[in-house]
Design a binder for this molecule. Sequence first.
Ligand SMILES: Cc1cc2nc3c(=O)[nH]c(=O)nc-3n(C[C@H](O)[C@H](O)[C@H](O)COP(=O)(O)OP(=O)(O)OC[C@H]3O[C@@H](n4cnc5c(N)ncnc54)[C@H](O)[C@@H]3O)c2cc1C
Length: 408
Amino acid sequence: MSDKNLRKKIIVVGGGAAGCMAAIAACSAGGDVTLIEKNKAVAKKILSTGNGKCNFCHDVISPADFHLSADDEFISSVLKAYPVEKCLGDFRKMGITPLIKDGYVYPYSEQAKSVTEVLTRSLKGVDVVTECSVTDICKDGDSFIVKTSGKEYSSDAVIITTGGEAAPVTGSTGDGFKFAKSFGLKMKKCVPALTFLAVKDHPYKKAAGVRIRGTVTVLIDGKEAGSDTGQLQVTKTGFSGIPVFNVSRFASRALNEGKKVTLKVKFLPELSDDEIRGEFETRLSKQAGSAYDALIGLFPDSFADALLRNAGIDPDKKAEDADKTSEKLFKASRELSVVVTGCGDMASSQVTCGGVELSEVDAGTMECIKHKGLYLAGEVLDIDGMCGGYNLYFAWASGYIAGSSAAK
Ligand SMILES: Cc1cc2nc3c(=O)[nH]c(=O)nc-3n(C[C@H](O)[C@H](O)[C@H](O)COP(=O)(O)OP(=O)(O)OC[C@H]3O[C@@H](n4cnc5c(N)ncnc54)[C@H](O)[C@@H]3O)c2cc1C
């Protein structure tokens, strides 16, 4: 018997972030690994991450950065098995020098392509089969049969890393959920997350394109579900930007369940209510020209105009009563509350909220509790992180854990 025949045969289904890492880990742990990817090349999605720069990790990660259908112990266990330092160390070994900006970790080249290139290079030793779609996975005694359009593969273990349903153009079309269902695994319904929100009676439509700091809070049936602060982007239909992305999962799930979703927006988030009132009063009482002139330097121009109109103030005229006008401006800039009518679809969202329930896998190995030899990693699982490199971290970490465990 050759060495190859003694090695554990592992098939990784899906060559995205989790699949590449699982295959690399399984191979270096001694497994005989085949990675099957439906696209022409592996890691297609990575190319569009982080606006083409690939924010592949965060410098500090804690359970609070994720939403998951399990208690924090699940992610604590993942962080213990694959700490951020190990993740960054593994990427350094592959050739990626980290560049850290506000905690967001990028390759120093600031090119996502670098990450796909080093992953592809590191798959040396793995049998990589591209342009091949897996259609079914089933058990045959102790072995697994992985069916593709052309060929059937047999293995000792299978790692499902087919991603979720977000950005399906990159290959993640929810196939893993079909496989998981065929094994009787419990699933949480999938909805889009890390996406924009559309609102009714949008008061700042005319300021579309403006980027401005603010705090957004999502309320579901009147109860606060999530809040975040940072740079918002005003769009024609509502709001976008990182803080909106970070709260979108709550809105997305609630809208899907037919609940009432409200978005509260507070501009000038760094100032207290008293400071804002004072700021408006000072500017308006000192003003020589129009109400618009009084706001120059505080807000972007098109937003200042829209804010004044929204507050019922003519931007082109001098405000006669500074006290009353500043109170109106205070209300418009701090008490905006709009009904959320929709959010981005799967095609325009960055991650999937939902997926295979975490109770189906052992956090220490990513092995399916009901089916020995079957592993799941990455976005196919019901866990989604905030913007900032957390989703890719989870893909690497769960992929590493699954790959090294499967090869044992
Ligand atoms: C535009 C965009 C920007 C993002 N930016 C960031 C960022 O900067 N930082 C961050 O942390 N996260 C980011 N994300 C999220 C992150 O990319 C994903 O969470 C992560 O890639 C998930 O990895 P995965 O391996 O689980 O799934 P995927 O990367 O989706 O990979 C799944 C792979 O499986 C293959 N596949 C599917 N079905 C089959 C089948 N039947 N047979 C064979 N192959 C199959 C697919 O073709 C695909 O290659 C971004 C996402 C998008 C869409």
